[in-house]
Design a protein. Sequence first.
Length: 413
Amino acid sequence: MKLPLFIAWRYLKSKKSHNVINYISGISVAGVTIGTMALIVVLSVFNGFESLVVSLFNSFDPQIKVSPVRGKTFEADSYPWAEISALKGVQHQTAVIEEKALLRYGKAQFLATLKGVDSSYTEWTGLDTMLTAGSLILEFKDQPFAIVGQGVAYYLGLNPDDYNSFIEAYAPRRTSSIGANPENAFNRSDIRASGIFSVQQDFDTKYVIVPLDFMKELFEYNNELTSIELSLEPTADTEALQEKISHIAGTEFQVKNRLQQQETLYRIMHSEKWAIFLILSFILLIATFNVIGTLSMLVLDKKKDIAVLRSLGAGSRLIRAIFLTEGLLVSLSGALAGLLLGAMICVLQQQFGIVKINAEGGSFLINAYPVLMKFTDFLYVFLTVSCIGLIAAVIPVLSLNRINHERISLSSY
């Protein structure tokens, strides 16, 4: 294989007899380089956004969530608190009640989901890093406080610095009839906001975090819960613990990790990433057609060399190997250059944030496009470009079969 590689390398870097072949050869390498670079940059940007979204969701979603398989609520006594707490790697278990309630603040009204949590919630949640106003306080001097999503706060016109105004929460009564006065059909509890958080639009326009006792009083709950949220130690094996917790909890409970809690979102993100990968690969395939033209013209340009090689005893297999190697060298040189350029662009974006998201300011969490390079993406792109390059190289090499049947001799030159 050394001889075909040696001759192909000489053909690649030597000047051809017709300048147009040199130009087409350069265009071929440039096309593969740009296509490969685009694949790396786009995939890295998708990785960056995926990492950003995951980090935002992780600040709100627990590492493990236990909820009933059937129905909305379960009795707290039916959950094996002690057995799961004894598992190595489990740090906290937070009792949770989630229900929808009508909120009123001044003249504004909004239907939101109240999430009642016990006192252990503030010890492990990452929500404190997502606060845009106020502080993460749920109780102070036996008074309940609420952490309000930024979207909910916007619709209510909430001012967390106004300590004289309360949020009025209304929920349907569970035990009494409506009677003559419709207001008797609802429980009402007042609560003051201590902070506003911003995680993601779906959360910001939906949730208000309140103390668990406040939820029990408002919705007339006794011993019922809607879920249990668990935090784990940093070195804990999430999959192994999830399996153990599921085994201990039994068939009446479903145990989900963070990926399963947002399964639809993560599936969509992965689908979008690989859909873009396929689209850019198709564009790269079209760009690689230049390789076919380059090799076809090179075969015609090197007829005399082919005749010389045949007179020296070279067989058809050796000649085909030379031009096949030539095509692969064109594709691989473009691929390696594209990988290098793509990596350089990603590093520059990571360090300096050259491409901005909001150049003139805005409310987005970051100012520049996030970039995260993964080795697997480089490997997949290199293999994809190599396969496309191999296919593009095989097609013109097949035309050598026709040349083999022509009578090529030195006397014809």
